[in-house]
Design a protein around this ligand. Structure first.
Ligand code: BGC
Length: 470
């Protein structure tokens, strides 16, 4: 029979596991809002365009306002998350999400609508820079990959829910309802975060050691490891909080090359051309009925969610690098076959099926690699004293290139033709594969504090933690 002490330990261990899972799931709601608010406009714009009598420019402004807001919000998040803490930052983002959603739903004219969408975008930028970092800092090392990936899972669910809500309101043309509904997950995020703990690593950074210890005790399965973890965090914090200038040291340049490089590559390998233009791509392949277009979007959305769930399972036993290399190879192959499908021309009966299968394989490959793993690495590879700021820079780069790809996709198709455009994305995919192969470190099972030392090693400097305390 288990002794009283063992029973108690088993109870604490399952309580620790449950607490950390709930914390990660609540913070991941920031991802749901990211997916929903970027996804819903594809359906809403069809009716907004009509109500406000918008031309191409007006439609473009409504659609891209969230991305522009995110480019503004992401870098601000770094400074604020250091000053006020990660948890409070997410709370602030949730209030901005609510204000933005209500503003969109009530907008009397297109000007107010665009401003409200920029406000929403600022919240998306704040949340996408902070939620993954918060989860990575609360998570125990063995579960960090899986828990941070809940954020990407929520992004994909948000996109899928947006397609479905768009369908549900299609007959009524209720774009105000579509946009206003985003306030609900925002309320849940805000209310939930009120009960979540502060990041133990941020607490150590501001000198609140005993509260950090309390949080670690509540979120770890094995209490005996809490003091070791705390000591390890403290050992890396022998200097004050970092500034933006600290991002320029050789070690940080090495880390940012990987983080910002992946941020850009995640976008310029073309994922959002498929997420947002799936119906157009299917149409170019020769299928023009509106139900097939809708099915293409829903198919892409379902595959994206399902394979992200699979990625969470795979991350338990496989390294980040392994998933990246396999997934990016799949993206390259499917982009090449998409290019070939378009070369065959719409007269060929083979074009449409090859294009549809290629689209699905492409999304599946992204969902097991660059999708989740960019957000994971962006949250875990930077040293604590500059983590929030560096993650903000990575996030801003991601949104900037998201914007550029969205803007250039249709002109690119017009300029070089459909198949050449997909061959160009495939070429960038090949570059991405070598980038991952040569530069991305394996961080699985490494405590955040050890990852910091990897950059010092790469830059040829003595790891900070090895220096005697000053
Ligand atoms: C990307 C988004 C993309 C989404 C698709 C995210 O990781 O940052 O730009 O729309 O994945 O699932």
């Amino acid at each position: 029979m288990a002794s009283r002490k063992e029973e108690l330990r088993a109870k604490e261990s399952s309580r620790g596991r449950r607490n950390v899972l709930v914390t990660a799931a609540v913070a991941a709601l920031g991802g749901l809002l990211f997916g929903y608010d970027t996804g819903i406009v594809a359906s809403a714009i069809l009716f907004i365009r009509h109500d406000f009598d918008l031309g191409d420019f007006g439609q473009g402004a409504v659609v891209s306002a969230v991305t522009l807001g995110a480019i503004i919000g992401a870098p601000i998040a770094g400074t604020l998350a250091d000053r006020f803490g990660r948890r409070r930052m997410i709370l602030i983002a949730s209030v901005i999400f609510i204000v933005g959603s209500v503003g969109c739903a009530a907008a009397p004219n297109v000007e107010v609508l665009v401003v409200a969408r920029v406000v929403l975008g600022i919240a998306v930028g704040l949340a996408s820079a902070t939620c993954p970092v918060y989860i990575a800092e609360v998570a125990p090392v063995a579960a960090r990959g899986q828990l941070v990936t809940l954020f990407q899972l929520a992004v994909t669910v948000g996109i899928l829910v947006a397609y479905l809500v768009g369908l549900a309101f299609e007959s009524s043309g209720g774009w105000r309802e579509m946009l206003g509904l985003g306030a609900l997950p925002a309320l849940a995020l805000g209310a939930g975060m009120l009960y979540m703990p502060r990041s133990p690593r941020w607490l150590v950074m501001i000198g609140e050691r005993s509260e950090a210890r309390t949080v670690l005790r509540a979120t770890r399965e094995d209490e005996t490891e809490v003091d070791d973890e705390l000591a390890e965090i403290e050992a890396t914090l022998q200097q004050d909080q970092g500034t933006y200038r600290d991002l320029l040291t050789p070690a940080m340049r090495a880390a940012l090359t990987v983080g910002v490089g992946l941020a850009i590559l995640q976008q310029i390998t073309g994922i959002n051309t498929v997420i947002y233009y799936a119906p157009t791509i299917v149409e170019f392949a020769g299928i023009s009925s509106s139900s097939s277009a809708i099915l293409a979007s829903i198919g892409v959305g379902v595959v994206n969610v399902a394979v992200t769930v699979l990625a969470i399972r795979l991350l338990k036993n496989h390294g980040r690098r392994q998933l990246l290399l396999v997934g990016v190879a799949g993206m390259v192959l499917s982009l090449v076959s998409l290019g070939i499908a378009f070369m065959l021309g719409t007269d060929s009966g083979a074009t449409a099926p090859i294009a549809i299968v290629s689209l699905m394989v492409y999304v599946a490959s992204f969902a097991m690699s660059l999708g989740p793993i960019f957000w994971l690495l962006n949250a875990e590879i930077y040293p604590l004293r500059v983590r929030a700021k560096a993650a903000g820079v990575g996030t801003m780069s991601n949104w900037t290139f998201n914007f550029i790809v969205a803007l250039t996709f249709l002109p690119l198709l017009a300029a070089v033709g459909n198949s050449a455009a997909f061959f160009i994305y495939a070429g960038i995919g090949v570059f991405t594969w070598f980038f991952c192969m040569l530069l991305v470190p394996e961080t699985k099972d490494m405590p955040l504090e050890e990852i910091e030392q990897e950059w010092d090693r790469r830059a040829g400097v003595e790891p900070a933690a090895a220096e005697p305390p000053v």
